[in-house]
Ligand binder design. Structure first.
Ligand SMILES: [Zn+2]
Length: 458
């Protein structure tokens, strides 16, 4: 039987290697060797001589574990800075998008997802989730499939969150709703087609009802049961705004999180997007059950939603990871910038000592891996973990002369990577995506976006 030769990648001349290992070591003048996508050794000093390796000179840069994005709606790349909703809060903002989103199709979503992945990769991200909840009643075929295919073409790890809405409302019209049996059947189909198991998985699914307003209690319960029977993680929006909590009390007789919890939507395999407006009892229950939160500081500021109780949740034991959220509420997808904003926003409320640069980088890496169930193979740079590495430049305009360059990643203006490895594969080199014609992709994306704008705004 022919043996496939192993693929080795050597990253050398790393100025600072931020391991995120249990001792949180930062190695100076370091190297990292990977074989078949997995780190076999890291060290300091001269790099070892390795036969037949792809050698990448990190040029003295700062290497981090690939950043992990735990909340996004990539289809919204076609709705950036959409003028009619430019200054609205969440619920009218969402309703105002519907004329734009009504006619989205898989081919256009493919382009939007590629652009979203390009942005993320250039900002250091190697694993991203994508919560797609826009499935027209009259035909959903291929919507999230396009996301999986686009991410695979870009070479980023991808968790396609099969979003869903089964109850029409003022916000989500009837055309955007599907029956629960249709939703569950599509969840199963996507699982069978795209969900990889075990270390190194490039593509996985999560089940992700949109919110308590668009999804019945039974919807949450049945999705949780199906997800748990398949070993799939669970995601949804929760506690994003005060009106959402107030309306839930009026309509459901309960605040959103206790309602979800009653329908089996809590625990270590659940992560909630935003998670801002929790009371003390809810924080206690979230932390006791180790339910996770995806903190999206830019989106929360853009929509004026509020400030997540990051430290209360993390101190209690819940992972709080980062998300760029959809590109219609950010309106970009720069993940390192979210780490910067997470630190700044927490300090606005709680003071300068409330969050260190190290803590925000932990949220961008280790907590992301916990929330996506990938702590065994991702989140830190240690032998045995996947070689997902983001290398940021040390010498650039925005951080030049920084005393502590690792702190500078968060405290200075957010930068793009010089190099990105995903599973040992070089996906960005010298600041450019490898094998992707970015100007051509952007031109195509602009053309598609304009078509939707022209259709929605008369
Ligand atoms: Zn969202």
């Amino acid at each position: 039987m022919a043996m496939t030769p192993s693929q080795r990648t050597l990253l050398k001349n790393i100025g600072y290697l931020v391991t995120m290992d249990p001792e949180r070591r930062v190695l100076r003048n370091a190297w990292l060797l990977a074989e078949d996508g997995v780190i076999c050794s890291v060290g300091t000093g001269p790099a070892p001589r390795v036969a037949k390796a792809t050698v990448v000179d990190a040029r003295g840069g700062i290497a981090l574990p690939g950043l992990i994005n735990t909340h996004h709606h990539m289809f919204q790349n076609l709705a950036r800075a959409f003028e009619p909703i430019a200054s609205l809060p969440l619920l009218p903002w969402l309703a105002g998008h519907m004329p734009l989103w009504r006619h989205f199709n898989p081919d256009d979503l493919y382009v939007a997802t590629q652009v979203a992945c390009a942005e993320l990769m250039l900002s250091g991200c190697t694993l991203t989730s994508d919560h797609h909840y826009l499935f027209p009643r009259d035909g959903s075929a291929g919507m999230l499939d396009a996301g999986f295919n686009a991410a695979a073409a870009m070479g980023i790890r991808y968790v396609g969150c099969r979003g869903s809405v089964n109850l029409p409302s003022d916000i989500m019209p009837d055309w955007a709703c599907q029956d629960l049996d249709v939703i569950l059947a599509d969840c199963q189909r996507l699982h069978d087609r795209f969900h990889q198991r075990g270390a190194g998985a490039m593509s996985q699914v999560a089940f992700a009802p949109c919110t308590v307003f668009g999804c019945s209690g039974e919807h949450y319960r049945q999705s949780a049961r199906l997800g748990r029977s398949l070993g799939v993680r669970l995601h949804t929006h929760c506690g994003e705004t005060i009106p959402e909590n107030q309306d839930a009390v009026k309509v459901l007789g309960s605040r959103p999180f206790p309602y979800m919890a009653r329908h089996e939507w809590e625990g270590e395999d659940v992560w909630l997007a935003h998670g801002i407006h929790f009371n003390d009892r809810e924080v206690a229950r979230l932390t006791k059950t180790r339910t996770g939160v995806a903190h999206c500081p830019c989106s929360n500021m853009r929509l004026g939603s509020g400030v997540c109780r990051v430290n209360d949740l993390r101190r209690g034991g819940s992972p709080v990871s980062l998300g760029v959220d959809g590109s219609a509420s950010n309106d970009s997808g720069h993940l390192l910038n979210e780490a910067r904003l997470a630190l700044l926003l927490t300090r606005v409320v709680h003071g300068a000592e409330a969050m260190t640069p190290e803590a925000s980088l932990e949220m961008a890496t280790l907590d992301g891996a916990r929330n996506l169930g990938r702590l065994a193979d991702l989140g830190s740079l240690e032998p045995g973990k996947c070689a997902d590495v983001a290398v940021f430049p040390l010498e650039d305009l925005f951080s030049n002369g920084a005393h502590n360059p690792v702190h500078g990643l968060v405290l200075c203006h957010a930068r793009q990577v010089d190099t990105l490895l995903v599973h040992g594969q070089v996906r960005v080199r010298e600041g450019q995506l490898v094998g992707v014609d970015l100007p051509k992709l952007l031109a195509k994306h602009r053309k598609v976006a304009r078509r939707y704008h022209d259709g929605a705004v008369k």
